[in-house]
Every structure is written in C-alpha cells, then in structure tokens.
Design a binder for this molecule. Structure first.
Ligand code: SAM
Length: 208
C-alpha cells in the first residue's frame, strides 16, 4: 500500500463525506479541524472568508458563529447563495472589493483565507503565487481585522513560506503552522494560524 494510495483514499473519504452531508467542499472539514485545535472562531463572531467559493468554509464558519454571528465571503467566482452568509464577487486585491465588504461589516474578529492561485503545475510558480495571496490576506487584515483578531491562511509550502511567516510574526502575538487531517492529501498545503493582531487602525483615539 503506497503513500499515494493512502492519500487518494483519504481525499476520496472527505470528498464523499462532504457530498453525503451536503457540504460544498471537503475543505469544510479542514476548517473545523483547525478550529477544534485553535478555537479561533467562536459564537457571535464576525468572520471574513477570502477565496470562499464554492462555500465550504463559509458553511463551517456559519456553524461556528451561530445565528448571532456574521459571515462575509469574497471570491473571484460567483458563489451560490447560502442562508446566513453574504457573498461578494470580486478580487480581494481590488480596493473596490474591500469597500463593498466594509459596507456589509466594518471590522472582523477573524479573517480566513483558503485562496489558491490557478494551478500551473510548475510548483515553484504556484508556490510563489500562493505566498503572494497569503500576503494579500495580511494586507486585507490591516484594513479589516480588529485589534486582537485572528487569521487562518492557506499557503503552499516552499521557499517563500519563511518570508511570509516573518511578516505575520511582525503583526501577530502568536503564529503557528498546521496541517489538518483532511488536508494531508495534497502535501504542499499548510495553514498559518495567527492570533493576537497587534495593529490598531485607530492609534490616535487610543492615546487618550
Ligand atoms: C480552494 S478554493 C476555496 C475553497 C473554499 N474555502 C471552500 O471551502 O469551498 C480557492 C478560491 O480562491 C479564489 N481566489 C483566488 N485568488 C483570489 C482573489 N485574488 N480574490 C478572490 N478570490 C480568489 C479562487 O477563485 C478559488 O475559488
């Protein structure tokens, strides 16, 4: 029984489980597994989901925040409506998209990003683009994450990972890397869990 065979079986297992239970992607389980360990998303919180299509993470986030919480999802692609969530079609690198997010909610407790580039198959290129997206997510956080807030961000492991982590470490109290069970199928994918965002967007008001 080769490693690859085991990986494929696992992938198939979560894929089928998601289908059976009506979840939009097997990524649903990844977010729940990460959250079981780190408890970043809790009831009543406001969650921004970057790269949300087809909506598996948003489904998981909705379950975790409950009725009193808020879930806003953004993606380049259109997302089928989901009761309780607000979806915005747009590029997260575009200021107009951020403006539209702010119209729904000014500030978030948690920002999650499962954004992936279009896979070219040339690993070094895909990894570099994934690192760029992880940096974009951090840029969005500077604009929309509350002080003390948390992030969960996907990155393809590679030579840029260290540099990206360094940037996260400058802005968060604690930064960890994790690989949830449901994700171990594609070996390159890992998740940054960053907690305790330092930056205050209102430094002047805090000085009084
Ligand atoms: C792996 S999928 C996300 C799966 C999702 N978390 C789920 O559970 O269903 C990655 C998504 O990132 C989106 N994406 C990539 N770059 C983006 C960008 N610049 N702005 C918005 N979405 C982006 C892609 O369109 C794609 O739908």
């Amino acid at each position: 029984m080769g490693k690859r065979w085991v990986k494929e079986k696992k992938k198939e297992y979560y894929y089928r489980k998601a289908k059976e239970l009506g979840y939009r992607s097997r990524a649903y389980f990844k977010l729940l597994q990460i959250n079981n360990r780190y408890r970043v998303i809790r009831r009543g919180m406001r969650v921004l989901d970057l790269g949300a299509a087809p909506g598996g993470w948003s489904q998981a986030a909705l379950k975790l925040v409950g009725e009193e919480g808020t879930v806003v999802g953004v993606d380049l692609k259109r997302i089928e409506p989901l009761e309780g969530a607000v979806f915005i079609k747009g590029d997260v690198r575009d200021e107009r998209t951020i403006k539209r997010v702010k119209e729904v909610c000014e500030e978030f407790d948690v920002i999650i990003s499962d954004m992936s580039p279009n896979i070219s198959g040339i690993y070094i290129m895909d990894q570099a683009r994934s690192a760029e997206l992880a940096e974009t997510a951090l840029q969005v956080a500077r604009d929309l994450l509350r002080r003390g807030g948390s992030m969960v961000v996907k990155i393809f492991e590679g030579m840029d990972t260290k540099e990206v982590l360094k940037k996260y470490r400058e802005e968060f109290r604690s930064v960890r890397l994790t690989s949830p069970k449901a994700s171990r199928t594609s070996s390159s994918e890992i998740y940054i869990v960053a907690r305790g965002f330092h930056q205050s967007r209102y430094p002047h008001s805090e000085q009084t």
